[in-house]
Write a protein that binds this ligand. Structure first.
Ligand code: PLP
Length: 462
């Protein structure tokens, strides 16, 4: 980081402390201490206001900066595009909007249409509105319920929180929208907490719990099932064997649309373009955001099959028969311009292959740490998307308390390594360390991150 930038920062820190309301933050501590500010980034590294260097093990804190920091070619693509045409309402098309949609669809066989918005929450809201409108158009409004899963997260807006499976995230923000119905999680490590979970065949059993709820609610009232392919903030939950095949069978059987939330997994995180592609899933609706442009511009997409799209144009004589929705900033061209270049980088630098190799390394390193530190109860992951659940006792699987999880994260930060953790999401179960380094990570980067965890676990737990 250059010295001039660093020297200026006391005023900037004061301005931040005085006026910025940080996300997910209790601000009392900033009355006496400084908030952390991230001032510069390059590749896997970021620098704070004191010039301290950190390796970023979580791609911008929330699994976003998939191609790493400081990408000049994305900056140039955005600059060139916004000078030529920065915005026009998405009632009209734009050049990067058309070209990115075409490119994206080549990575998503079976899907055909891209609806642009700005955030993951908003993309999910679009999907929910589509489901509701289909219910009104085809089923007299009856088939309007949206199923969502315990521990999954779909965003911060009120409808997204109505589909939120994280009770601590939701606490104090209700009442929520009607017509959202929860189904149980599919977390094999904690199946002992679920009544009737079998020793064998847990994946099919967990999927069958969804069917039970559909039958309880009435299949003619259920329009869609919204799931993360790998649950992210709910604890990096990889699906158990047999789960997804059975989920798809159930959706088909009851004519229920399958909406996959790829906001975290999408665009390479798990070593394939989309997380659902690991499990042979054929979705009807896919939403994505974070990694689409790696945070170089705000963009999200709600992508559908042609069958879903057709339901919004089949009767042009009906003045209400189209998706009557708009997102003003869905018309910003910076998003698709950045997304196109982001995708080119992933292809040209073969980052999916790197993600698989480095993901295996990270998982192997974490399994090795589990041999050494009994506090690690479970290690889960897919590609560069890894979680380690900490427990006080491996036999009872009693979750480690959130404060000590925080101490591990803080120790790593002290060492110049940024890792993440589930926080204030699942009551008494915010005990998973989270790792999602950029897809450019090298073996040295991965080892540096897991070495820091090794040191932190040693210091915090002895
Ligand atoms: C799986 C998932 N869906 C949706 C969202 C919401 O995205 P955004 O914060 O862009 O609204 C998130 C954010 O963390 C997420 O993890």
């Amino acid at each position: 980081m250059d010295g001039n930038t660093r020297n200026d920062l006391s005023h900037v820190v004061d301005a931040d402390r005085a006026h910025v309301w940080h996300h997910l933050s209790q601000h009392k501590a900033y009355e006496t201490g400084e908030p952390r500010m991230i001032v510069e980034g390059k590749g896997m590294l970021v620098w704070d206001q004191h010039g301290k260097e950190h390796i970023d093990g979580v791609a911008g804190g929330v699994w976003t900066v998939n191609v790493g920091y400081g990408r000049e070619s994305i900056a140039n693509a955005v600059r060139d595009q916004i000078l030529k045409m920065n915005f026009f309402s998405s009632t009209a098309g734009t050049v990067p909007g058309a070209l990115f949609a075409e490119k994206l669809i080549t990575k998503m066989p079976g899907m055909t249409r891209v609806y642009y918005a700005n955030s993951g929450s908003e993309a999910n809201e679009k999907a929910f509105k589509m489901v509701r409108q289909i219910a009104h158009k085809r089923y007299g409004g009856k088939k309007h319920k949206i199923l969502y899963r315990d521990r999954d997260y779909h965003g911060s807006t009120l409808a997204a929180m109505s589909a939120g499976g994280q009770d601590e995230r939701n606490a104090q923000y209700g009442p929520f929208a009607p017509g959202f119905v929860r189904v149980p999680h599919c977390m094999e490590y904690r199946k002992h907490e679920q009544d009737g979970a079998p020793a064998e065949g847990y994946g099919v059993w967990a999927a069958n719990q969804i069917e039970d709820i559909i039958l309880r609610e009435g299949a003619d009232t259920v329009g869609a099932l919204c799931l993360e392919p790998v649950t992210a903030g709910g604890g990096v939950i990889t699906p158990p064997e047999g789960y997804w095949d059975r989920v798809q069978e159930i959706c088909k059987k009851y004519d229920i649309l399958l909406h996959i939330d790829e906001v975290v997994c999408g665009v390479g995180r798990t070593g394939v373009w989309f997380g659902y592609q690991n499990y042979g899933i054929k979705p009807d609706i896919v939403t994505m955001a974070k990694g689409v442009a790696s945070g170089y511009a705000a963009i999200s997409c709600c992508v559908t099959t042609e069958d879903v799209f057709d339901m919004f144009k089949d009767d042009a004589s009906d003045p209400m028969n189209y998706f009557r929705d708009i997102s003003t900033f869905g018309g910003c061209t910076a998003g698709p311009a950045a997304a196109l270049e982001n995708m080119r980088i992933i292809e040209d630098e073969d980052l999916l292959a790197n993600t698989l190799v480095m993901g295996d390394r990270m998982l192997a390193n974490m399994h090795a740490l589990a041999e050494k530190h009994p506090v690690i109860g479970d290690v889960r992951g897919k590609g560069l998307f890894v979680g380690a659940e900490l427990v006080t006792d491996r036999d009872t699987k009693e979750p480690m308390d959130e404060k000590r999880i925080g101490a591990v994260v803080a120790d790593c930060m002290q060492q110049g390594v940024i890792i993440g953790a589930t926080n204030r999401s699942i009551p008494s179960k915010n005990n998973t360390l989270c790792f999602s380094p950029a897809l450019i990570a090298t073996a040295d980067d991965i080892d540096q991150i897991t070495d820091a965890v090794d040191g932190a676990l040693g210091r915090v737990f002895g």
